[in-house]
Design a protein around this ligand. Structure first.
Ligand code: AMP
Length: 284
């Protein structure tokens, strides 16, 4: 039976009971509107931990505009129905004042890895993420926490924070789940019009073309990226916030194919901001 918990008090109590029995605890933080990508994290947690907590909290401090926060899909009943068969022990879905009570005045800011890309495009976003994730780690005392590679920069920010603050929760990154046409699954995809939805896979297609061109040595990265930008605009993306080849760990621009590189993108389709990233593995 999945238990629904809404208060930090009740969560602490439940966690204390499990910890007293020496049970290991896996945490999957989400903002709800669950899809198969989220469920893959839950399955990974279920396979490795005695107890699994899924949190559903649309964290206001990581949004850059009130409109985006208001438009974020909320599907609590459907979410609970998706989680029930997976053997989730607790869904923690707190109201806002449980997470940010009156007088709340603290913030965790991560420098370095949180600086470029979405650090520039979405000021304050990663401070919002780091703060809420640190709070969730503190509330749940999780042994392991599962994050998607879909949000690659977020994953690196969380890893940096955990290392810097000596947090004992182990961070596990899980592969990006995609639709059959390549579009990375995202709660935001539900906001795409049918026309935008059919054009959106062009993002992944353009990215894989860049990686193919540079790893086979067909094109230098700047030429390949320029061609991909053109393809994205032709496919109907109204704006590309970035399409960048970076060191996978530091997120600094890099073309050093001897390092693990990552190609990361953020682009707007039909008023919806889509992000994606893929590994750059040199052809042997
Ligand atoms: P969100 O609800 O968007 O905050 O996402 C919650 C967690 O699910 C984050 O760790 C995301 O990286 C992860 N996630 C989102 N989409 C996918 C996907 N397509 N594949 C794998 N993990 C994902």
């Amino acid at each position: 039976m999945t238990k629904l918990i809404a208060t930090v008090f009740d969560l602490h109590h439940q966690v204390a009971v499990w910890k007293a029995k020496g049970e290991t605890l896996g945490l999957v933080p989400t903002m709800g509107a669950l899809h198969a990508g989220h469920l893959s994290l839950v399955r990974a947690a279920r396979a490795a931990c005695d107890r699994v907590i899924v949190t559903i909290f649309v964290n206001p401090t990581q949004f850059n505009s009130p409109q985006d926060l208001a438009a974020y899909p909320r599907t609590e009943t459907a979410d609970a129905a998706l989680l029930a068969p997976l053997g989730v022990d607790v869904i923690f879905a707190p109201p806002q004042d449980q997470v940010y009570p009156t007088g709340f005045a603290s913030q965790i800011t991560v420098s370095g890895v949180a600086g470029p890309l979405d650090g520039v495009q979405r000021p304050g976003h990663f401070a919002g993420v780091a703060t809420v994730v640190a709070k969730l780690f503190g509330m749940t005392q999780a042994d392991r926490a599962y994050f998607g590679e879909k949000d690659w920069q977020q994953l690196q920010v969380v890893r940096r924070m955990v290392a810097d603050l000596n947090i004992k929760t182990e961070v596990i990154g899980c592969a990006t789940l995609r639709e059959a046409d390549g579009l990375a699954m995202s709660s935001r995809n539900a906001r795409l019009s049918p026309q935008a939805r059919s054009a959106a896979p062009a993002l992944y297609a353009a990215m894989t073309a860049v990686v193919a061109a540079i790893t086979t040595g067909q094109q230098p990265s700047d030429t390949a990226i320029k061609a991909a930008m053109k393809a994205l605009h032709q496919a109907g993306f109204e704006l590309v916030d970035y399409l960048a080849l970076c060191d996978g760990e530091t997120l600094q621009p890099s073309t050093d194919l001897k390092r693990p590189l990552r190609l990361l993108a953020a682009a707007w389709m039909g008023g919806v901001r889509l992000i994606d990233n893929i590994a750059v593995t040199p052809a042997s």
